[in-house]
Write a protein that binds this ligand. Sequence first.
Ligand SMILES: [Ca+2]
Length: 317
Amino acid sequence: MNLSRWMLRVGVAVIGMAVGASAVLAEEVKAGSAPAPATDVKAPAAPKAEAAKPEVKAEAKKPAEKTKAESPAAKAAEASLPHEKVLDLGNKITLKLVLIPAGKCMMGEVNRQHEVTISKPFYMGATEVTQEQYELILGANPSKFKGPTNPVEMVTWDEATQCCKKASEKTGQAVRLPTESEWEYAARAGATTTYAFGNDGKDLGEYAWFADNGQNTTHPVGQKKPSAWGLYDIYGNVWELCSDWEADYPSGPVTDPTGPATGSRHALRGGAYDLNGGACRTSHRNSAAPGDRLPRIGFRVVVPTAATAAPAAPAAK
Ligand SMILES: [Ca+2]
């Protein structure tokens, strides 16, 4: 081989390696840029007492066929379920949930994923729990950024769990926090990209309140675009507490995982109003100690479909 041909081959090989490496690193670089929410942010409170009620503006699309449960009987049962569920909390305040189909997803960071099967459809709050909902249920509003339709924050995991318990008593539905797997599966909405809407973080502002547009405060829920499955503010606004104790992921496939029986911190997902797009990625994980109370931590709820029982909850402590 003459010298110029050899140089051409070497050049092509180097370019190929560089392209491959940059594709693999894309998520990791973003992950590295995500700050941990270890401390409170001294942002001025932005009262929003007269904030408008959230309006869920778009009909959520029907779940993708491929993600549905596979047996014909399960498919038929799922098809018969209402696409939305509205819980009446009293005082004309409701909590809207949307149907999340049964299915599978690859959970976790690129190249470190494991398969999760969610065996039964469930309902998930279309938005984070708001302050007016929380106050009606528990008779208190601990939030820093006040506004009836802003997400409730400054809640501990125990308080969020207590809110679910009281909401269950009030509505007769098994209201609970999502498992971390339910959260990520629902957030993905059938997508395998960095965000459910794609890989490009420049579009995040259409879907989320985060560092670039959040102005260091929470915002009324449901103002940004929903996901394909009808979930609002799944990225940003407030972090969302999950029922699981934080733990390393399993290496193999799992079905309806609920996390370990004990632990020291609870899973927290989705990023918040003052964090960058890396912290809002679907696969990004964070956690909160049981007593953590921060203006960037809130929650949304889930309700099993009628035919399902609530999964065994991890021990409270
Ligand atoms: Ca959120």
